[in-house]
Structures are given as C-alpha cells and as structure tokens.
Design a binder for this molecule. Sequence first.
Ligand code: DUC
Ligand code: ZN
Ligand code: ZN
Length: 483
Amino acid sequence: MAYDLLIRSGTVATASDVFQADVAVHDGTIVAIGRNLGEASRVIDATDRLVLPGGIDSHVHISQPSGDGIVMADDFESGTRSALFGGNTTVMPFCLQTKGQSLREALSWYHGLAEGQCYTDVSFHLILTDPSAAVLGQELPALVADGYTSLKVFMTYEDLRLNDAQILGVMDTARRTGALVMVHCENEDAIRYLVNAHEHRGDVRPLAHATTRPTAVEREATHRAVSLAEVVNVPVVIVHVSNGEAIAEIRAARGRGRKVVAETCPQYLMLTAKDLDGMDWEGAKFVCSPPPRDEAAQAACWVGLEQNDFDLFSSDHCPFRYDDPHGKLNPRGRQSFRHVPNGIPGVETRLPILFSEGVVKGRITLERFVALTSTNHARLYGLSRKGSIAVGMDADIAIWDPKAKRTIRHADLHDGADYTPYEGLEVTGWPTTVLLGGKIMVENDALIGTKGSGTHVARALSSLAKPLETSFNVGTFHPTRLA
Ligand code: DUC
Ligand code: ZN
Ligand code: ZN
C-alpha cells in the first residue's frame, strides 16, 4: 500500500485556505494532499466533515503544585485525555520553578509525571519564580538550546511574582537566547490592598475575587509589561487578556512599533463576574485570574478576535475540583475567596466553544479559527512540524462534524474535575475523530489510542522572538538623531 491512511472527501481547512481534498498519511507524516491519491491500508470517509490540524493549546496547567493542601484535578493522563477529546493533539503545560529550585530539577519532576501518561504530545514552558544569576546566566540559556524556548513570569501572587528589576533581567536573558517571554499581567500590590480592604469589611465571598482584581490592575500591569519589553527591545506575549482596556494597551504598544503577541481564552467570551456571585459558594467554580468581567469586556474580546488583536486562543486550563477539601472548597477556601484556588477547567471545551460561538455564528472565518487555535501556537512557539495540514507536517489531525449539536455537560467530558463552567451550553460542531502522528486516537467519539502515545516535543526558537532590528518610538526624540 502506498499509504498507511487516507482521509477521503473531507473539507480541509488551514489558516489560509478551505478546500476539498483527500489527505494521505505515511509513517506519521502527511505525505500527499489531492484527489485520487491511490490505495491506503486504512481509509476514513470524511464526507461532510472538516479536516483540521489538531488543536494546539499553548496554555494549560497540569499537576502543578498550588499551595497548602490544594491538588490540581488533572494529571497528565486525565489532562491530555480531555484535551484529545476536545480535538487537541498538542498541549503546552507549565513547569513551575519553586523558589530556590533549579530549572533542571523542576523539569525532571514534570517529565517524570508526564512520561508514558500522555494521550497528546506535550511541550513544556518554564515558569521562572527565582531568576538567580545561575538561572539566568547558565541554566536558562542551556535549556533554551535544549528546546524549552518559552517562559512565563508573573506580576501577581506573592510567592510567584517577580519585581520589575527581575522581569527586566529575565527579558534581557530572553533577548540574548531567543526565548519568548509570556507575562501574567496583574498588579499584586494593588490586589493586596483591595483584598485586605474587602476582608476588613467581611466581604469574603467569591465575587470579591473579581472586585479585588478590577480592570485597572490588569491594564496597569499590561502597560508595564509592554513598557519593560520595550526598554529591553524584546517581543512579549501577554497571556489571558480579559478586557478592552488591556487590549488598548496592546494596540498602543504595537502602534509604537513593538512586537506584542496577545492571547485570550473562552472564559473572557462566555463568563462574567456575575457568575462568581453564585449561592452556596458556587461562584468559586468561576474563580480564575484575571477574573471574568462584564458584557462590554466580552464584546471587546470578540472584537479583538475578529480584528487580529489576538493571535492566540488558549484555554488556560487550570482545573480544581469544586466539592473537594483539596479543591475550591478547601477548609480555608470556605472562609474567604483569598484561599479559593485560581483556575478553571476548559481544555476540552475550548475548540467547540470558539467554533460554535465564533465560526457558526459568523464572527470569525474557519481559517481564522484554525490560526487562533493551532497554526499560530505552532509558529509562535517553534513547533515546526505542527499546526497545519500540509505535506511534511506531523499527521496531527482532528476530523470535525460541523453540524453536531451538543449540550456541554461535565458528565460527558474526560477531565479530572467535577464540574465545567459551561454546563448546559449548547454548541454546534464537535471533533469526533482525532489522529496523533497518524495514529487514530479517538474515532467516532470513542477512545482508541493508548496512553503514552503522546511524547514531549522539543521546540525550535520562535521566529517571532527575534528582537526588532529597527526600533522606533513614536513621539520620542531618539538620541541617535542628534548626530
Ligand atoms: N494564571 C494562569 O495563567 N493560570 C491560572 C491561574 C493564573 O493566575
Ligand atoms: Zn497567568
Ligand atoms: Zn494559566
């Protein structure tokens, strides 16, 4: 047989085109796209189906330690299984460095947890919480060379955040090594002030999570992050953007000629702060940071998706069980929102939500959907063989029934949490068959593949991480012009 597998008569979509074609796979790679391609050992009839590159979710948290007694709901087995059923073939979890820990030590712990457990490919970002001279001078450059080419820094959370000087140091190392810096933009001191004020007056319910993290703290931190990146002349990724004011900061930075990449997530399209106001502490189910905001912020995020302000649509899957002493309703979490772990599940629902609300409702094209959920993640983070249906690419493919009608119910999902924030949401379109490296992992909604099929992928440097050769600053009199 010429091929291992032929996907016949489907509608193929890439970030640039939608067309009718057959797709042939051999040895895990897409080897031909066209008509009448010949025989294959296995044929999948994709009539009336969409043939899309597997989703790449470049922002997920799996098995990440989260403080005293708190346990994340997903390990690598359940997290990647859930991702797979949601049409994803690669996820990018974070490897969190604890203070004083070497990055290698942190990585070997996460690799130990992931080894042999994954249903999708995985590729780690680093989280730097302790950018010591040794980390910035030796460890990080060596790890970038080994394919860990992106890292995240936090401006919030007392035990995670870096100060501006530390962020500048990290950005400087990124500039020298070609690593890409992602920033969580919220002003910790402003949040602390508001948290103390809320607790002082006994305002401790989950809604206070939203009112202690207002738009201003995200807007200010976004402004600071893009400004620090401008000082160092390094590109920057602003993750989980929740509202129009933060988008305006990103637009302004781009207007000054800066390379800024922006990400948003389903929660900022589908949820609002009112969801945190549930009775019986139910609002804890929606506690994530930045918090969901209001209808105007949702509309601004939609405009951002429609008009290219956003490059990435990720889940920020960060699952905790709700009714669990190690989750949202831990003993201290029942006393104050301050102790409710931040994060919500969403890796399995990310693609169906954007497809249904975005493509089916006519807000974005299918090509843009593919770019926002797969291609841009691959290009930006250096996954050079992933993110498109093209000859030579890994055969990571999701076959969608674009007319399937589903009601999202946690009982039908595959993660380790005990709820979904989108319970009862009706969607149109669902990925029904998923291939990883040419291997059928999910077929007609049933798990066929085995755990351990997914492996870790070392990444190339991002082409976007290159600093700008020409740096200009509108409105600033540049010293070199004096000469
Ligand atoms: N930031 C994230 O990126 N994920 C979950 C929690 C957080 O604050
Ligand atoms: Zn974050
Ligand atoms: Zn996150």
